[in-house]
Design a protein around this ligand. Structure first.
Ligand SMILES: [Fe+2]
Length: 165
């Protein structure tokens, strides 16, 4: 599996999307580096983070899909729904049996798969579309500002403006 610098290679130049990606990558890195005595704490915090992630990040993306008429909305949201379902299974498992080296591996594998199968494909595609749309509207705004609308000139000859010559 090729090693990627996730935050650099998958950033799209849209602040909220890039920030949310960075947060997730930080959590995955932490899972890889955690020492055994901190498994419980890190597992709990990762699951809490993921709960927030599925609400906040999915909401951000789904709002962009609506705003920019993203053609793959159904497919993309279907994968979000699958991830939520999977997260619920992981939470249930943790609630029943607690954490363990196997559980931490399972969590790492699930999140790494999510990075490769969803973020590196669907999120990247959506993020690039959003970035292009934002850039395009910024160019339009700049063009509008740099070419003020021409004001019609009053060419009617009246006594008052004839006398002014
Ligand atoms: Fe997504």
């Amino acid at each position: 599996m090729p090693q990627l610098d996730w935050t650099r290679d998958l950033a799209v130049g849209v602040h909220d999307l890039d920030y949310q990606l960075e947060e997730l990558v930080d959590r995955i890195t932490l899972l890889h580096e955690v020492q055994y005595d901190l498994y419980e704490d890190v597992t709990r915090k990762t699951l809490l983070f993921l709960d927030e992630y599925v609400t906040r990040h999915f909401h951000t993306e789904e709002a962009y899909m609506r705003k920019y008429d993203y053609p793959q909305t159904e497919l993309h949201m279907g994968e979000h729904a699958d991830f939520k379902e999977n997260l619920n299974r992981l939470k249930l498992d943790f609630a029943r049996r607690g954490t363990s080296p196997m559980y931490v591996d399972l969590l790492k594998n699930n999140l790494t798969k999510w990075l490769y199968n969803h973020i590196a494909k669907r999120d990247l595609e959506l993020g690039r579309l959003v970035k292009a749309a934002i850039d395009k509207s910024a160019v339009h705004r700049r063009e509008e500002l740099s070419t003020p609308a021409l004001q019609p000139i009053d060419l009617t000859i009246t006594e008052r403006n004839v006398n002014s010559y």
